[in-house]
Design a protein around this ligand. Sequence first.
Ligand SMILES: Cc1ncc(COP(=O)(O)O)c(C=O)c1O
Length: 524
Amino acid sequence: MSLSPGAPEFADSHLIGMLDGFGLAVKYVRAEGNTLYHVDGEGREIGVLDLASGFGSLILGHNNPHIVEHAKRLLDERVAVHAQFSGYSFGIDVAAALNRIIRRELGTDEKFYGLFGNSGAEAVEIAIKHAEMDRGMRITELLETIDGNLEKAAEAVRGGTPVAQDALRALGVDSFEALAAEVRRRNTETSLRQPLFLALEGGFHGKLVSSIQLTYNSDFRTPFRALAAQARFVPSDQVELAAKIVEEERVALLDVVVRDGAVHLAEQDFPVFGAFFAEPIMGEAGIKPLSAETVRALREVCDATGIPLVADEIQSGMGRSGTFFASAHCGLVPDYIILAKALGGGIAKTGVVLVRESRYRQDFELLHTSTFGKDGFSSRIALKLLELLEADDGAAYRQAAERGAKAKAAMEAVAAEFPDVFKEVRGRGLMLGIQFHGQENSGNEVFREWAEHHVFAFAVAGYLLHEKQIRIFSTASSPDTLRFEPSIHITDEEIDRFAEALRDVARIVRAQDSDALARTGTSS
Ligand SMILES: Cc1ncc(COP(=O)(O)O)c(C=O)c1O
């Protein structure tokens, strides 16, 4: 059997057909730095400036030479890629290095334990599972306390203490034994309730079975809502509303107390919520950094309720914001931190959840496993990435901040020249977004149709790819926002080229010239 390149009929045919409609189904053959290469009809290699950057996975660019060299060395040395269940977990060094960065940037001395997976969504699922195990153990501890209180009350009853009439009436029973049995029955029923999670409106946390229920975009989420625990979503500029949601969802466990010479019913708050998930810079929501006030409100709600706070830094972490953690900019000190994407150095697949010691449940290590999680190759690539980012006292972070400031200024200048076309430039470091005004009410019918189907930015992307050799996409849940997430090696010339290209797009949009943007089947 010869393995010739396949036509797209066996995988992705629908998706590729859609991309082709905008000229985006280009076949890339090579990648280096900020450039992807494809070959045109005459066999010439065409370089494309890649600003999508593996959806934020390429902080050091495509096939960074230090990472590639390291990978080659690992393979030449026949590194043990697979040695599951042995004395040395390859993730240990990565977790240790990340702990040093946590201490420096987040100002906490507490240890964070690493739990490894293979992708962003998988790491989110691990965090959900760990939070649920923690919740389950807290429920067990509560039920044990209540059992102890029931035993104390039984002893008091044996000693002649009466049961308050209103307690018997409330549960429809006529003896302490029946009351104790009913308390236990109702508490068991309560303890089997599915948990809820809290997340921010617009947030994105992946597309696996549980993580998709924390992702706000209802197109992605609702078809699968029957499969997993649900989230209640909170507007990111009104996080204090979470306290109201917690109150609305409040569930009590029944307890008993001996007071004023009688046995009375009492209540204990049942832990309804598994965790509160937030991205310090909301990526797919359209590149929206959380404000310090939002973060303060998040921490307050979580401290008041005991709900663990999870920082999803899958996209914002690994230096993109100008520090390793975007949490460092807004004062977010979370209980869990999730990393993936760029942690794999642009060539490996890895993800990790870091859990604060005081919230960590060691038994989780015996319950959760993954064949590929923390494998020898990915872990050592991740370690190399951390070494490169941390080198020269964090020169890479300074570079991300400096390049980002330059790019943001250039994008803001364009937005200021075309305020009728662009709504806003947002973001920090090399996690930037530029948002178009919606085209829903455009005078141009094609623009209106693209807006209605959330593909206006795809048309812009097709134009930029073919006319300017620039690859860029919109964010998943804000279809009018172009995401700018190149590597730290983006040059002045590349930033200027992008700004000029944006000006051309703006002129076309201002002229409502859909023909200039439209292209089909021009993929090579
Ligand atoms: C903040 C955030 N969380 C989770 C994910 C999911 O990661 P993955 O695509 O690796 O599953 C993404 C991906 O874009 C993300 O940006």
